[in-house]
Design a protein around this ligand. Structure first.
Ligand SMILES: *Cc1c(COP(=O)(O)O)cnc(C)c1O
Length: 468
């Protein structure tokens, strides 16, 4: 048993007076947890008291651009840097604006899941993924030197590079790819005693890969392995994997969460506690993984989000639920149109009843707080879809080049419709063979439908297909 070090009376004074602030936060948290999804998205932990007492009454969360925080005296500085009082110190470690965003995301991802959650916001989606996996891929004092992790191969191109090049080629950490992630037996056959985590992206970008989260979480937990889910394309408005057993959720905030398109950002949200066999002396490691990462590895590695980006994300996500409802409904209409089009040989969208993974997605992709009139939530499948154009790859390029309103960009999750050809953009670096395994042929156009009227999106796609 380690006993807490004795604090000097001066330091103790600050620790004591912080209790009131902490109690206020607990009250705000308890109050917010009873609210609906939209209310949490609008307010988070930024309360009227917080505005009046600490922020000159500002209705909207202020943007704290200052790199650092000043302290009254040596005692307060000591208490702060020992993390004994709520503090933000220095923007690489924490920042008040980023803090407000972290709490909104923690609350939304934990919404009606039955679990408490914590959140860390990072500079990008990729840095959130790296921040989530690195602390699990560490040398252990005892036990085998070897380690592996298991991941679905239908992942974002950057994630594929991170896992296959940075981890496997450069660090010698084995990545075991799962080709059919909907087949839980394939996952089970790849998990062993040396597996540190399993990673699933769902719905995946661009293939719309999906799996039964609960069955996958059960398979992982049976081996004491955590399940990490990249739920960027769903957002917490449509799916909250923690409710079904996921330990850690990662997001690229750059996408639908910041649909306005002004900021790069990422988030790591963890369930309290996570399942893991990885030994770590720090109590937060298992109990509140996101906070552990924030206070230790993230502080040392330095992928801090810029506060201005955090504010853009915070401001955009207030209407996340209604936006995801709208853009999903629009995407459904465009997908249904394309499915009937004679020049299109395949449409991949979870919302199409003919799509092989439609049924399993129906179990999990539901608009928060919606009601279909019979007490059930409405299914919504997001705004990312892809379609394959008949004939040689040149045909897909021709259609792509003829879009008039839809933007050609390696981007998604926007309020405006954007399209790309993944084989020559997001998935270019991974090479022909891996693209085949991941099912990303050069005929495939990825389309992310925005908030325009769907008739206008359909008209643009239609005239582009007529160029053939
Ligand atoms: C874009 C994306 C990422 C990477 O996020 P960045 O913010 O671009 O670093 C990770 N996962 C998915 C599913 C993405 O679409």
């Amino acid at each position: 048993m380690s006993s807490a070090p004795k604090l000097s009376p001066g330091v103790q004074k600050y620790v004591d007076s912080a209790q009131q602030l902490l109690a206020q936060r607990e009250t705000a948290l308890a109050r917010m947890k009873k609210m609906k999804f939209d209310t949490i998205a609008v307010h988070g932990l930024y309360t009227v008291e917080e505005a009046l007492e600490r922020n000159q009454g500002a209705v909207i969360e202020p943007l704290y651009l200052s790199t650092s925080q000043a302290y009254a005296d040596a005692d307060e500085l000591e208490a702060a840097l020992a993390y004994l009082i709520p503090t933000w110190c220095y923007t690489r470690i924490a920042n008040p604006t980023t803090y407000y965003l972290e709490w909104v995301l923690a609350l939304l991802e934990g919404y009606r899941t039955g679990y408490d959650t914590s959140c860390l916001v990072t500079a990008s989606g990729m840095s959130a993924i790296a921040a989530a996996v690195d602390p699990l891929l560490v040398k252990q004092k005892e036990g085998p030197e070897r380690m592996n992790f298991v991941a679905c191969i239908q992942v974002y191109g950057g994630t594929f590079q991170l896992f296959s090049v940075r981890k496997m080629q450069e660090r010698g950490i084995e990545c075991r790819w799962v080709q059919h992630p909907w087949d839980i037996e394939e996952w089970k056959s790849k998990i062993d005693d040396e597996t540190r985590f399993i990673f699933m992206e769902m719905p995946s970008n661009p293939q719309q890969s999906f799996t039964d989260i609960k069955a996958l979480a059960d398979a992982a937990h049976a081996r004491e392995v955590p399940l990490i889910v990249d739920a960027t394309c769903a957002t917490p408005a449509l799916m909250r994997p923690i409710a079904f057993g996921a330990d850690i959720v990662v997001h690229s905030l750059t996408k639908s969460i910041t649909a306005g398109g002004f900021a790069i950002g990422g988030a790591l949200i963890s369930r309290k506690p996570i399942t893991t066999k990885v030994k770590n002396d720090h109590p937060l490691f298992k109990e509140s993984f996101a906070e552990y990462v924030k206070f230790l590895p993230y502080r040392d590695n330095g992928p801090a989000a810029a506060p201005v980006n955090a504010l853009f994300a915070l401001n955009d996500l207030r209407t996340l639920r209604s936006k995801m409802d709208l853009v999903s409904a629009n995407c459904q209409k465009v997908a249904e149109f394309l499915q009937k089009h004679p020049r299109v040989y395949q449409v991949d969208y979870l919302g199409l009843p003919t799509f092989p993974l439609h049924e399993v997605a129906t179990k999990y992709m539901k608009l928060a707080d919606s009601d279909d009139g019979t007490g059930h939530e409405i299914n919504r499948y997001g705004h990312l879809m892809s379609f394959r154009v008949d004939g040689p790859p040149e045909n897909a390029r021709k259609v792509f080049d003829h879009f008039k309103m839809i933007y050609r960009a390696t981007d998604l999750g926007r309020i405006k419709s954007v399209a790309t050809i993944p084989a020559i953009s997001t998935h270019q670096q991974q090479g022909e063979e891996a693209r085949k395994m991941a099912d990303v042929p050069p005929q495939l156009i990825r389309l992310c439908v925005g908030a325009e009227h769907p008739d206008d999106v359909i008209a643009d796609v239609d005239q582009a297909l007529k160029s053939l």
